[in-house]
Design a protein around this ligand. Structure first.
Ligand SMILES: [Mn+2]
Length: 323
């Protein structure tokens, strides 16, 4: 285990731009044996072979790690997730460019190592096709999962341009194989022009709940999150966050931007709230295309903060369960 903060131990924090590139400066290991006692492990899934539009999410994990990561207590939650949880960076899955099947297998194996150690995997994508190996690995150990899925798009198409394994199809494949329980599956933030009505008809037949962006606007984010939390209920739950749920003015670096999306304050609050209420057994943040690696990249910056809210929520829930 390498601790990038060790040389700054006297100060208790290091400058963001220094040291080994790990998520939020957390200790780094690629050895599953060192995951014993770890609460959350970050895994990079740097692949974008299966996108239908703009590529570039393969650069997402490094950019999110390079985004500004101030230490300390969350001012609203009153808790420092890194003090409350043992969080490590487990490095990247050994992806194979231009071989999506081998890449998905590698992601599934790496996420599986985290799960087998009893830790919660938080996967940084990568395009949204990684939901398939991510959630299959989780469901193989926890059984069918509930799913909260933030996205501008449903990602439940049967095919995209005739291709069945794509960043537009993973959620359908996961429901069809039984890894996701459709009665405990809620989509939040859908908008725009895709997919067509036949796909939504299929979703309704399965019992999937869709909270469109117009629903979120009408209900307010707190009511929308409250409904999602109630539908997912108790039992293992996975959180899948496509950065394109945010308005492109907030997160311009993404594969299929769709105007009319959520604001960052809404999403950050929603992620923390859901993580504090649900039994999160895994999470992924996908579709970040960095445009200026370093703290100047606003999409990677908001991505880093989304993960921080997730960790803060997990820590809040654990604290409440223990008290
Ligand atoms: Mn998506």
């Amino acid at each position: 285990m390498i601790d990038p903060l060790a040389r700054w131990a006297a100060e208790g924090e290091k400058p963001d731009y220094t040291g080994l590139l790990s998520f939020a400066g957390r200790p780094y290991t690629e050895d599953p044996a060192e995951l014993a006692g770890v609460d959350v492990a970050i895994v990079g899934a740097a692949t974008d072979d299966l996108v239908s539009d703009r590529p570039g999410t393969r650069f997402g994990p490094r950019a999110i790690r390079a985004a500004s990561c101030p230490p300390g207590r969350h001012l609203a939650a009153g808790l420092d997730a890194f003090a409350a949880l043992n969080v490590v960076d487990f490095g990247d899955a050994p992806v194979i460019p231009a071989d999506p099947l081998a890449t998905h297998a590698a992601i599934g194996r790496t996420v599986g190592e985290v799960l087998d150690a009893g830790a919660i995997p938080v996967i940084l994508g990568g395009d949204h096709s990684i939901a398939e190996p991510d959630i299959l690995a989780v469901a193989a150990r926890h059984g069918p999962v509930g799913l909260v899925h933030f996205d501008a798009h449903a990602d439940t198409a049967g095919e995209v341009l005739g291709v069945t394994r794509s960043h537009g199809t993973p959620m359908r494949r996961l429901v069809e194989c039984g890894a996701v329980d459709p009665a405990r599956y809620v989509q939040i933030g859908l908008r725009g022009y895709w997919p067509d009505e036949a796909v939504f008809a299929w979703q309704r037949e399965q019992g999937i709940t869709s909270l469109f962006m117009h629903d979120v606007t009408e209900l307010g984010i707190d009511e929308a999150v409250g409904r999602a939390s109630g539908i997912v209920g108790t039992g293992p739950a996975f959180l899948s966050i496509d950065i394109d749920v945010l308005d492109p003015s907030v997160a311009p670096g993404t594969g299929t931007p769709e105007p009319g999306g959520m604001g960052s304050a809404e999403l950050l609050w929603a992620v923390r709230m859901l993580a504090s209420e649900l039994e999160i057994v895994g999470a992924e943040l996908v579709e970040v295309i960095p445009t200026a690696v370093g703290s100047a990249d606003i999409t990677a910056l908001i991505a880093d903060r989304i993960v921080r809210e997730l960790l803060t929520g997990i820590a809040l829930r654990r604290e409440a369960l223990e008290s």
